[in-house]
Ligand binder design. Structure first.
Ligand SMILES: [Fe+2]
Length: 474
């Protein structure tokens, strides 16, 4: 009988074996996903194991995994009766490290420890000149474990290499805490097929609220000190800001983080508008789960004028975000929560500020809002009220959006319909000529038009005619 070569095993490995008193062991890594790290260009690789193991990534260009980086893991315990636990591992790859990541290179990697390795995945690093990068991004919200209609197409497109990142704007799994966290585990395994290949950036939604958002805070690895609830990151000419709309609605968890977030948002926006920063990254895009505006046939807050995010928390209008985002010239506000797609005209305080009659999104005079919450979940899709004049286009097809930022002046958006086998049902350009035009004061812009044309309706798609700036009914 041959003796086991213990000398090959690390002390941590031996400890892990000796400590495993249960009948089964869970050393195999799973739920692998990527995200952008603290420093621009850095990549965080996150995964889970049932038992504690080392946290190792082996990676390299050209298909050979010759480089090694170690990280750490933390114990996560679900809040349910079973107190199901898992270890969540994180390893960060930097560009500054000697012999580390190089620009514009395809890296192969696997994760795990001497007790088990994942399959091999790959990712592409951005070019050396980040300001000249023209990234492509898939973006959506409200994708569940059940009825994830958009996922197969996203898997095929991501593995074909057409995206540089994926952004999920809240509501995951439905719900990550269900069945003692088993639904969350299965969801994370399900999205590994996209999230192990490109950074998968997240925003918190209401479906993550259990145990004070503990699953969301523990499972993801977004930059910044606020456990994924608020953070910003840059991709080429874009500055993305992700924040929690849920602080406005789950007040039972306290006001403290709501106050903190508002201060953080203003500071981040100020810094992003520093002339050197705004020149390098002229596009500011916010990511929040619950919209300020929507025209769905439900009783959600976005159907109300005194929406908490837009108007602030009454009666003192505390922490109102519409003024803040207008003041700092946010270009695009992306929301989800409503299980549909909706593109508004440039909007501020329920008034439309199109750039011009023919080109509403060229030099718009207010932020543009879109809702992209139709990726697919067990709650199906949401229907609409009659098309309001401030809404440009909407569809209740399942699907997701694509953003391609071509340069400092041209940003292209597409809405993909899963119902129509991947057909692009809405494509538009957000254009702003340089130097950047700051949004003027609302009353300076005010210009009303009373002859509202009637909307067109074809199938599940409704569309308003193009118009100049106008006042709309509230
Ligand atoms: Fe939601």
């Amino acid at each position: 009988m041959r003796s086991v070569g213990y000398s090959l095993l690390t002390w941590a490995t031996l400890t892990a074996i000796l400590n495993s008193s249960s009948a089964t062991v869970r050393y195999q890594p799973e739920q692998v996903h990527l995200s952008f790290g603290e420093k621009e260009r850095s990549i965080v690789i996150t995964w889970s194991t049932g038992n504690k193991t080392d946290s190792i990534v082996k990676y390299g260009g050209g298909g050979q995994l010759l480089q090694t980086k170690t990280g750490s893991c933390s114990l996560f315990v679900d809040g349910g009766k079973k107190k199901a636990s898992q270890y969540i591992h994180r390893v960060t790859l930097y560009y500054e490290d000697p012999d580390s990541l190089q620009p514009e290179t395809k890296y192969y990697y696997h994760v795990g420890s001497e007790l088990g390795w994942s399959a091999i995945y790959w990712f592409l690093t951005p070019p050396e000149n980040l300001n000249g990068w023209a990234p492509s991004i898939a973006i959506y919200g409200d994708m569940g474990n059940i009825n994830a209609q958009s996922l197969p197409r996203l898997q095929a497109e991501t593995q074909a290499g057409i995206y540089d990142a994926i952004i999920h704007v809240g509501d995951f799994a439905y719900n990550m805490d269900d069945y003692d966290g088993e639904v969350g585990d299965e969801f994370m395994r399900q999205i590994e097929t996209i999230a192990a290949y490109v950074p998968y950036m997240t925003t918190v939604g209401n479906h993550e609220s259990a145990y004070n958002f503990s699953h969301y805070r523990a499972r993801f690895s977004m930059p910044g000190p606020y456990e994924n609830m608020m953070y910003s990151f840059n991709m080429g000419p874009i500055h993305f800001i992700s924040f929690s709309t849920e602080y406005y609605y789950y007040l039972r968890y306290g006001f403290k983080m709501l106050v903190k977030q508002y201060e953080w948002l203003e500071n981040d926006l100020k810094e992003a508008n520093d002339p050197a920063n705004r020149t390098a990254r002229p596009w500011i895009i916010t990511l929040g789960h619950r919209p300020m505006y929507c025209s769905n046939r439900d009783d959600d807050d976005c159907t109300r004028i005194k929406n908490r995010l837009r108007y602030g928390i009454t009666p003192l209008r505390l922490f109102a975000l519409e003024d803040l985002f207008y003041k700092y010239s946010v270009d695009l506000e992306i929301w989800a929560h409503e299980h549909s797609y909706e593109r508004m005209w440039p909007l501020y305080n329920y008034k439309v500020y199109n750039g011009s009659y023919d080109q509403p999104y060229t030099n718009p005079k207010a932020p543009v809002h879109i809702v992209v919450g139709s990726a697919g979940c067990q709650e199906k899709v949401d229907s609409f009220n009659p098309l309001p004049s401030w809404s440009g286009f909407r569809s209740s097809d399942y699907g997701y959006s694509r953003i391609k930022v071509h340069n400092a002046t041209h940003l292209n958006l597409q809405q993909v319909s899963d119902d129509l086998d991947g057909q692009v049902i809405d494509e538009w350009w957000l254009i702003k000529e340089m130097p950047r035009i700051k949004f003027p004061l609302a009353d300076e812009l005010f210009s009303s038009q009373s002859n509202s044309p009637s909307p067109q309706k074809v199938g599940n798609i409704e569309q308003n005619h193009l118009r100049d700036s106008f006042e709309v009914e509230k």
